[in-house]
Design a protein around this ligand. Structure first.
Ligand code: AMP
Length: 549
C-alpha cells in the first residue's frame, strides 16, 4: 500500500552509518585496548586501537599524496596484522574502496581481478613482492606499490614506482579531516574465488558493514564485549575476516591478529596462551591443526572459552574434542562473501539444555539460525517455497541488510538474484521448525542416486570422526543403475594404514543404508580452492574415469 503524501516521517537524526563512526567511537572509548599482531617482518607487534587509528590518519594523507581519489580502488595483499587494520580504516574512511586480495588465487585470477577492479595502488606484504614482480607488466591500472615494512627491512625491488610503508607514513600528519560520507558509499571489495568462471566482485558499503558489525556483536551472534580477547584466524583478505576488524572495535574487544601463522597449531597455541584469547574464529582446517598440536604436545588452552567455526561444515567430532578435552564450546556458523559474511550462527535455544547428548549434537551440527537482519527460505526447482520442517531440502535463498544485490561491474545478475530481492546462495539446505539451517551441499556438488539426494557434507563429517581419517571428501561417481553413487576419498592420518571396513561401518545406523559410500579411496592430498574449501570440481575431474568395478 502506498500512502503518498499522508506518510508521516519521524523526527530522528539521519546520521550516516559509516565506518568512520566506528573509528571515532573506538578512538574515544577504547583507545588503549590492545591490537596484537604477528608480522612478517618484526615478529610480535603490540599496538592499541588509538595508535592504529592515528596511523589510519597517516594512511589517508599518504593516499592523497599518491593521487588516490574518492571511489578509487586501493588493494591490499596482506595477512592479518596492525598495518592491514590501519589500511582497512584509512582507505575506506577516506572515501576510497579497500580491495582485499586473496594471495592464494592463481596468478591469472590475480591479474583478472586487479584489472577488473582497476586497482590504483597495491599495498603488499614483502613476501608477496616476488609474485607481484611477475605480474606487474599485466596490470596497467596500478600506479604504485607500497611494501608493508620499515625502511631498513625494505627488500630489493624491481617494481616501480615503489614505496616503503613506514617511510611513507612517517612524513604524514597524525590528524586528518575525514570526509562525511554518504552511508551507501562503497567501502570494500572482495572477489569470490568462483569454482567456475571468473571471480565475481562483492562491493560492500559503509552502511552494510556497520549493520553487519553491529549484528555480529549481539549476544546470539558472536556475543562480543570489552571483556573479550578475540583471535580471528580468518584472513583479512577474505570477507573482511568475518567482520571482526569492525565488530571488535565496536565491542572494545582486544584483537589478536595472527599474521601469516594461520594454520600453525604451535603458533596459535602460543598466541592464545600468551594473549589470553577467549574467542577464536576460523575454518575447520585451522582447528584441526590446533587440536592436533594440543594432542601431540599435551598442552592446554586455558583462557579459550569458545570457537566460532564456519567456512566449511564443522564436524561434530571436532566440537566434541574441543569440549571434552579442552572445555571450549564450539558454535557452528555459516556465511558467504556475498553476505559480508555472517548468515547464521548456532546457539542452543532455551530449553535445549535438557536434550540428551545425541539430540544436542544433532542440533549443534546444523549451521544455526539467522540473526536479525538476514531472512532465509528454501525453494524447489520452480522457486516454490518449501516447508521449514527440517526434512524438505532445496535451494537456499537469502536477503538482508548485508547481502549483495548484484556483483561489481556485472549488469546481468539474473542468474543469482530474482526480481523479488532474494539472492540464490548456491547451497542446498533444510531449515527446521526452530529456524536452524542445515547445509547439505553446494548445488553443484549434490549426489543424486536413484532420484534421491545424498548429502556429501553429512558423510564427510561422519568420516572425519574416524581416527584413521585426516580429511575426507565425498563425490558422486557415474553409475549405470543408480545414476550416481557416492565415493569416499580420504587422506589417512599420518603413519596409519586406514581400516576401510571400520570406516564404512561408522556410517551404519547414522545414515540410511543407501547413502553409505560404495567405496573408499585414499589420496595423498585432497585439492582445495584459494579460500581453503575442498575443490569438488577438481576432485571430480581427477576421478572422471573412476568406476566402482
Ligand atoms: P565463501 O563465499 O568463499 O566464503 O564461501 C561461501 C560458501 O562456503 C557457502 O555458500 C557454503 O557453501 C560454504 N560454507 C560456509 N560455511 C559453511 C558451513 N558452516 N558449513 C557448510 N558449508 C559452509
Amino acid at each position: 500500500m502506498v500512502f503518498g503524501d499522508r506518510t508521516m516521517h519521524g523526527k530522528m537524526m539521519g546520521t550516516s552509518l559509516t565506518i568512520t563512526e566506528i573509528m571515532r567511537f573506538t578512538d574515544r572509548f577504547y583507545q588503549d585496548t590492545e591490537v596484537i599482531s604477528i608480522t612478517t617482518d618484526e615478529g610480535v607487534h603490540r599496538s592499541t586501537y588509538g595508535k592504529v587509528f592515528k596511523r589510519s590518519n597517516q594512511v589517508a594523507h599518504a593516499l592523497l599524496h599518491l593521487g588516490v581519489q574518492p571511489g578509487d580502488r586501493v588493494a591490499t595483499l596482506a595477512w592479518n596484522d596492525h598495518r592491514h587494520m590501519e589500511l582497512y580504516y584509512g582507505i575506506s574512511c577516506s572515501g576510497a574502496v579497500l580491495h582485499t586480495i586473496n594471495p592464494r588465487l592463481f596468478p591469472e585470477q590475480l591479474v583478472y581481478i586487479i584489472n577488473h577492479a582497476e586497482d590504483r595502488i597495491i599495498f603488499l606484504d614483502p613476501m608477496f613482492l616476488p609474485l607481484m614482480e611477475t605480474l606487474a607488466d599485466k596490470l596497467p591500472s596500478v600506479k604504485a606499490y607500497v611494501v608493508l615494512t620499515g625502511g631498513e627491512k625494505m627488500p630489493d625491488r624491481k617494481l616501480l614506482p615503489i614505496h616503503c610503508y613506514e617511510s611513507l607514513l612517517s612524513d604524514q600528519d597524525l590528524t586528518y579531516e575525514w570526509p562525511e560520507l554518504d552511508e551507501t558509499t562503497a567501502s570494500a571489495l572482495c572477489y569470490t574465488s568462483g569454482t567456475t568462471g571468473n571471480p565475481k566482485g562483492v562491493l560492500y558499503d559503509h552502511r552494510s558493514t556497520v549493520l553487519h558489525a553491529y549484528a555480529a556483536c549481539m549476544p546470539n551472534v558472536l556475543g562480543l564485549s570489552h571483556d573479550d580477547v578475540v583471535l580471528p584466524v580468518v584472513p583479512m583478505f577474505h570477507v573482511n575476516a568475518w567482520g571482526t576488524p569492525y565488530a571488535c572495535p565496536i565491542a572494545g574487544a582486544k584483537l589478536v591478529l595472527p599474521g601469516p601463522k594461520m594454520a600453525d597449531g604451535e603458533s596459535l597455541h602460543a598466541l592464545i596462551e600468551g594473549e589470553g584469547v577467549i574467542i577464536a574464529l576460523g575454518v575447520p582446517t585451522v582447528w584441526f591443526a590446533l587440536l592436533a598440536y594440543l594432542k601431540e604436545s599435551g598442552k592446554a588452552v586455558k583462557t579459550l572459552n569458545r570457537t566460532i567455526v564456519g567456512g566449511s561444515a564443522c564436524p561434530v567430532s571436532m566440537m566434541e574434542e574441543f569440549e571434552e578435552q579442552h572445555s571450549v564450546y564450539t558454535h557452528h556458523a555459516w556465511g558467504m562473501t556475498e553476505m559480508s559474511p555472517l548468515g547464521s550462527v548456532n546457539r542452543l535455544l532455551p530449553g535445549m539444555g535438557s536434550l540428551n547428548a545425541s539430540e544436542r549434537n544433532e542440533v549443534r551440527a546444523k549451521q544455526g539460525r539467522a540473526p536479525f537482519g538476514v531472512d532465509m527460505k528454501i525453494v524447489d526447482d520452480d522457486s516454490n517455497e518449501l516447508p521449514q520442517d527440517g526434512v524438505a531440502f532445496g535451494d537456499l535463498k537469502v536477503r538482508g541488510w548485508w547481502v549483495a544485490d548484484g556483483y561489481f561491474r556485472q549488469d546481468d545478475n539474473s542468474d543469482t538474484h530474482d526480481g523479488d530481492g532474494w539472492f540464490s546462495t548456491g547451497d542446498v539446505a533444510t531449515i527446521d521448525q526452530y529456524g536452524y539451517l542445515n547445509i547439505t551441499d553446494r548445488t553443484k556438488d549434490v549426489i543424486k542416486s536413484g532420484g534421491e539426494w545424498i548429502s556429501s557434507i553429512e558423510l564427510e563429517n561422519l568420516a572425519v570422526a574416524h581416527p584413521d581419517v585426516a580429511e575426507a571428501a565425498v563425490i558422486g561417481i557415474k553409475h549405470e543403475k543408480w545414476g550416481e553413487r557416492p565415493l569416499l576419498v580420504i587422506v589417512a592420518t599420518e603413519g596409519v594404514v586406514p581400516d576401510e571396513t571400520g570406516i564404512l561401518s561408522l556410517f551404519k545406523g547414522k545414515v540410511s543404508d543407501w547413502c553409505i559410500p560404495d567405496s573408499i579411496t585414499q589420496v595423498d592430498e585432497i585439492p582445495h580452492t584459494a579460500t581453503g574449501k575442498i575443490s569438488k570440481k577438481t576432485l571430480r575431474e581427477q576421478f572422471a574415469n573412476y568406476s566402482f568395478g
